[in-house]
Design a protein around this ligand. Structure first.
Ligand SMILES: Cc1cc2nc3c(=O)[nH]c(=O)nc-3n(C[C@H](O)[C@H](O)[C@H](O)COP(=O)(O)O)c2cc1C
Ligand SMILES: O=C(O)C(=O)c1ccccc1
Length: 391
């Protein structure tokens, strides 16, 4: 059933004809190529994490500590028997992966979010569109297929928050992901050293500039002059951060939409319980790829306790540090229903646009498919803690 592993044959057969892949096949290789190729400011923004960047290192180190025990000759694990599909809120994905919400992608590609949404959809996986996209929700929705979700940065201006959620719902999103870990930006030395914050150049605020409620807060349309645009940017700055949010606020999102609501950025089981008790349908265990709190717990180390707390009654996703198929398998074993995949495909996008995103996603999908088969696993139903050493 799963054809993702065929990418391996495709690469070797193309190689036989004398052509190696244009891009590296690992996350580390994509990052290294991006470091050489992207502008210094774009690479710093994407690769950078908070302060000493220990959280980002913790994420990767922690995956290395959870080890898979392959089991041989347990049953069918041939590619045509394998099934990576998963049901999330009644929708089927061909593999348990959605692209993570990544803001300001316009820095690396002019048509970024439509490219990512359409590539993910064509591969049979999902995508989560960031509030800080460089293209308005409706234009991304038009090419993103069925399985896309909307990530909300909840503005301090309640009218704008409601409008964004209603627009995403009307445009066909299948879930709303409210990010809890970014009431403001972390201390990010790579950007600070360059004195660079993309939003101040009006990058990544297309959803606000196109929003009727946001526009009603402005004296003049942002298109009317450079000065009007500058005022719009400052208005955005004034409402981006929201330090007042509490679990009870989930009820308001539920008034604005009939869609499932997840809270992203959860690292403590009590916080998971609090948002689920307040009506959230799921959580994303995440430390934002290490971009917010330095030397924070690795997301994958927070996953087990959160899954134990709310996994029975809600959907649990994980991101932060996923770099390979085995990382995904570990996350699923520890209780995640699916994962969000972040930086590696962003490098692919910057390096080779549509082809680069597709390449990065096909690589991790093939890696997951092949690793599952070699570990003796046929479907995700078989993946639990028993596949891990000590599990
Ligand atoms: C450049 C960049 C921009 C991001 N923008 C957003 C965003 O707009 N909204 C959000 O919820 N998370 C955002 N994140 C966090 C990701 O959704 C995700 O949690 C993180 O990338 C996972 O870490 P990893 O990429 O190291 O695996 C961003 C991350 C990066 C690297
Ligand atoms: O850069 C980020 O990590 C991020 O989440 C963000 C925050 C605001 C706007 C765009 C992205």
């Amino acid at each position: 059933m799963s054809a993702f592993g065929n990418f391996q044959n495709e690469i070797y057969l193309t190689g036989l004809g004398g052509t190696a892949p244009d891009l590296p096949t690992t996350a580390a290789g994509l990052e290294a190529r991006a470091r050489e190729t992207l502008s210094a400011a774009a690479f710093a923004y994407i690769a950078g994490s908070a302060s000493t960047e220990r959280t980002a290192a913790n994420n990767v180190e922690a995956f290395g500590r959870h080890r898979i025990v392959p089991r041989m000759w347990r049953g069918a694990s041939a590619p045509d028997a394998r099934d990576l599909s998963v049901d999330l809120f009644g929708l089927r994905l061909d593999a348990p992966i959605l692209t993570a919400p990544i803001g300001v992608l316009g820095m690396v590609h002019p048509d970024a979010e439509p490219v990512v949404g359409s590539v993910a959809s064509a591969l049979g996986i999902g995508s989560v569109l960031s509030t800080a996209s460089s293209t308005p929700i409706e234009d991304v929705a038009a090419v993103s297929g069925e399985n896309w979700w909307y990530q909300l940065y909840w503005p301090a201006d309640e009218g704008v928050a409601e409008s964004l959620v209603r627009r995403a719902t009307a445009a066909g999103a299948k879930a709303i992901v409210v990010t809890a870990d970014t009431p403001g930006m972390g201390w990010r030395p790579r950007d600070l050293d360059l004195g660079h914050l993309p939003f101040l150049k009006a990058q990544g605020i297309a959803n606000y500039l196109s929003d009727p409620v946001f526009r009603s807060r402005l004296a003049a349309p942002p298109e009317s002059s450079d000065e009007a645009l500058q005022i719009a940017v400052l208005t955005w700055v004034g409402m981006f951060g929201n330090h007042t949010l509490r679990p009870a606020d989930i009820a308001r999102v539920k008034e604005w939409t009939h869609l499932p609501v997840l809270v992203k950025g959860i690292l403590h089981p009590d916080d998971a319980r609090a948002v689920v008790d307040a009506g959230a349908d799921g959580v994303v265990v995440s430390n934002h790829g290490g971009r917010q709190v330095d030397n924070a717990i690795a997301a994958v180390d927070a996953l087990g306790p959160v899954a134990d707390a709310v996994g029975g009654s809600s959907t649990v996703l994980l991101d932060s540090g996923i770099r390979s198929g085995s990382d995904i398998l570990v996350a699923l074993a520890l209780g995640a229903d699916a994962v969000l995949y972040g930086r590696p495909w962003v490098y692919g996008l910057g390096l080779a646009g549509r082809d680069g995103v597709q390449h990065a996603l096909r690589c991790i999908l093939a890696d997951l498919d092949i690793t599952m088969g070699l570990a003796g696993l046929t479907s995700l139903a078989e993946v639990d803690r028993s596949i891990l050493a000590g599990g």
